[in-house]
Design a protein around this ligand. Sequence first.
Ligand code: GTP
Length: 395
Amino acid sequence: MPLKAVILIGGPQKGTRFRPLSFEVPKPLFPVAGVPMVQHHIEACAKVPGLKEILLMGFYQPNEALSRFLVSAQQEFKIPIRYLQEYAALGTGGGIYHFRDQILAGGAEAFFVLNADVCSEFPLQEMLEFRQQHGDVHSFVILGTTANRTQALNYGCIVANADTQEVQHYVEKPSTFVSEIINCGIYLFTPAIFQHIGEVFQRNQQELALEESSNGWQRAEVIRLEQDVFTALAGRGKLYVYKTDGFWSQIKSAGSAIYASRLYLNQYSKSHPERLAQNKPGGPVIRGNVYIHPTASIDSTAVGGSSPLHSPLLHSRITPVSSIPLWAGTAQSGAGPGLKEHRATPTPMIPMPRSTARPFSGMGASHHPSQSWAAVSPSLLRLLFSTPSSFLTRS
Ligand code: GTP
C-alpha cells in the first residue's frame, strides 16, 4: 500500500516555550540525543515498508539550515523528503488540507501525520496493523498513551470503547478530568480525512460570512485537527486509538529536550549503539548512555553520564569547538537546495484558496546530519540544566 508521512514543524512564532533556544536554531532542528529533533521522526518513517515520501510542513521561510538538513537526510535515509511552506500558520489541520494534492500525489492510500515536537518510539508499523483490525478501510488511528489524572489535563484526552478502541469522546486540554488516555500527536489517516477537514472549512466559511467585519477566507483556512476535527469525529465509528506502552514525551521546553534526549539515548543502546560513547583507555569516563559530538574535544579527566545530573549530555570540562549557532554544520560543497515551484493540482473537493506550494528539497551537497552539530556552548548548558523538569510520568 503506497504510504506517505507529514511532519508538522510549525514556524517561527510557534514553540515559544522553547525560547531562547529557538532563536538560535529552528526548533525542529534542535539536537535531541545528538541529531536534529525531526531526524528521529524521519528515521522511523523511512523504516515503514511502502512509505514513499516524507513531507515537512510548516510556515518557516525556506532557510539554509533546513535545506541543508533535507539534503543530508534524503541521502542518509534514501527517501524523498520535501518541505511544504504554508503561506501563514494554518493550524495542525489547515496545512494538510491546503496541501492535500501534494499528499495524495502518487496514489497514497494512507498517510501518517506526526507532530515534530514529540519524542517517541514511533510504533508506525503497529498502527498500520492495528488499523487493519479496527474499523473499516476509511477509519483513522490516533496514537495514545496513558498519563496520570493531573498530567492528562495538559493534553488531548480520549475516551475509548474498551473492547473496540473506538474513540467515543475527545477533549483537548480539559479543565476537569476526562480520561487518562492522551493524544500523542501521531496519527494515521486515509484520504477520507480531507472530507472531514473540508466540512470544518465550509463551516468556518459560513460562520465568517455572517461576521461582517471579518476578512473571511483567510481565517476559514485555519483548522485544528484536535479541537475541530477529532472532537467532531468522536463517536462516529471513524476514529480509533492505538495505545502504546513505548516511551513518549512532548518537547516543549529546554528541560523537556533533556528528558527526550535521555529517552532516545536509552533507545540507542539497542537501535544505534554506534552513536554512544565508549570508555577508552586515557579518555574521559563514560557512565551510562552518552552521546559526544565527533568534533567535541573532551578533557580526559571529564566524567560523562546520565547520572547524577540525570542528563544525557556530557558535563564537566567540555571544550566548545564552536558555540552559537549550535547547528553550524559541516556541510561541504556549497550546493544549495534545488528550489522548485510546484503548483497544487485541484481535486474535486470543497474549494478553498490555495497558494503556490513552495517545496524545496536539497540535492547534491554531501552532509551527514548526525555530524552537523557543534558542541553546546557553556551558556546553553547552564540554561538546559537550570530548567525545571516536569514531564509525563506514567501513573
Ligand atoms: P500547545 O500546548 O499550545 O503548544 O499546543 P500543543 O501541544 O497541542 O501543540 P500545537 O498544536 O501548537 O502543535 C503541535 C505540532 O504541530 C507541533 O509540532 C507544531 O510545531 C505543529 N504546528 C502547530 N501549528 C502549526 C501550523 O499552523 N502549521 C504547521 N505546519 N504545524 C503546526
